[in-house]
Design a protein around this ligand. Structure first.
Ligand SMILES: *Cc1c(COP(=O)(O)O)cnc(C)c1O
Length: 370
């Protein structure tokens, strides 16, 4: 009996995305062993953080790195760093920010629920831009006040949504001491994003360790300029300030390094080709059922270069609503979690599927749809 069976918690097939509520992603080869080895000895935690970070910075062609407990924690630490730098008196005052730089500019139309991680530092968000047109440099300049601490971007790398470019953002913000931070939590693949955002001028790019990198779910990376990353670390654990609850253990530190090494060496093209074969099979074997049509859609929900299969259900022909089918998949055996898309669609994302899950997934979809 496995640990999940013993606890009475059901395993599921994740055909949805690298969602935290489903466990993020599965550990890459070598990660669990690294965590187990790390868990067997005491070390000085800050020395380990420094050594792991130096190696990750080197491997990702960045000046510096800090390992956080996730991308949301990275957002909080980056915000605190943008507000106070390495001033101990200001650090001790957070989240009360009267009299400090305490405004962060964001695009109104690209906001994500995760910006609470920014606001919890005592920050006011200032919005610019809108859906359907290009944001201008003048708009950013007009939004800047003596209190502006940062400009935070939430890009989807393959979708143009009219955001100001990182290059222009950096040109405007850098001379004014305003930090440009890119929340790239789910922007892997492609692996080049690990260095592209910072090469283009961002002070830091933030990544989830438990999504595309397939590291520990409670890990994340802050990659970027040395002075800024040091200010993030200044707020992070084990110091007892705003980041204290966002602890990163020795196991996560060694685990994310192992995951990153795997990520940089795995065959990205072969992985993409594998995902394409899953999408083709779903289209051929499920999209051919009466009352179902299917097509390949691209890019993925987070704008990554990942194909997905979109199934459109003819509810009248099937005699069941899309929602009823969705619920049946969630309640069935095996339990299948996938995304309900627009209209009467269901979307199969191959990014979180593993070879041995493909047959059971297709069989389950065919059973529920016939
Ligand atoms: C997933 C996600 C986060 C949070 O990442 P964690 O590593 O789970 O903390 C933040 N921002 C965006 C855009 C995300 O997709």
């Amino acid at each position: 009996m496995g640990i999940y069976e013993e606890l009475g918690v059901r395993r599921l097939i994740n055909a949805n995305a690298t969602l935290t509520r489903l466990g993020g992603s599965l550990l890459a080869p070598g990660v669990a062993a690294a965590m187990e080895e790390a868990g067997a000895s005491f070390v000085e935690l800050e020395s380990l953080q420094r050594a792991v970070s130096a190696e990750i910075a080197r491997l990702t062609h960045n000046e510096a790195c800090y390992v956080s407990s996730g991308a949301a924690a990275a957002l909080t630490l980056a915000t605190a760093a943008a507000l106070t730098g390495t001033d101990p008196a200001l650090r001790a005052r957070l989240p009360f920010t009267d009299g400090m730089r305490n405004e962060v500019i964001v695009h109104r139309h690209t906001r994500v629920g995760y910006d609470f991680a920014v606001r919890m530092v005592g920050v006011r968000l200032v919005e610019i831009g809108e859906h359907g047109r290009e944001t201008t440099a003048a708009e950013l300049e007009a939004a800047i006040t003596p209190r502006t601490a940062g400009f935070f971007l939430f890009p989807r790398c393959l979708e143009e949504r009219g955001e100001l470019s990182i290059e222009t953002s950096a040109e405007i913000c850098r001379p004014r001491g305003i930090r440009v931070v890119v929340d790239a939590a789910a922007q892997l693949p492609p692996r080049s994003n690990l260095w592209d955002f910072t090469r283009r001028g961002a002070d830091a790019a933030l990544f989830s360790g438990g999504k595309g990198l397939r590291g520990p779910q409670s890990s994340g990376l802050i990659l970027g300029r040395r002075d800024f990353v040091e200010a993030c670390a200044f707020h992070g654990p084990p110091s007892a300030y705003i980041g204290r609850g966002m602890k990163v253990g020795k196991e996560e530190l060694c685990g994310i390094l192992a995951a990153l090494r795997w990520y940089l060496n795995h065959d990205e093209e072969a992985e993409l080709a594998f995902w394409e074969t899953i999408v083709e099979r779903v289209i051929a074997e499920v999209g051919s059922l009466p009352g179902v049509t299917a097509r390949r859609i691209w890019p993925s929900e987070a704008g990554q270069p990942v194909p997905r299969a979109e199934l459109t259900l003819d509810e009248a022909a099937l005699g069941r609503t899309r929602d009823a089918v969705h619920a049946a998949l969630l309640q069935g055996d095996p339990m299948v979690d996938l995304a309900a898309g627009p209209g009467t669609t269901l979307i199969v994302n191959p990014q979180t599927l593993y070879p041995e899950e493909i047959d059971p997934l297709i069989e389950r979809l065919r059973t529920v749809l016939t």
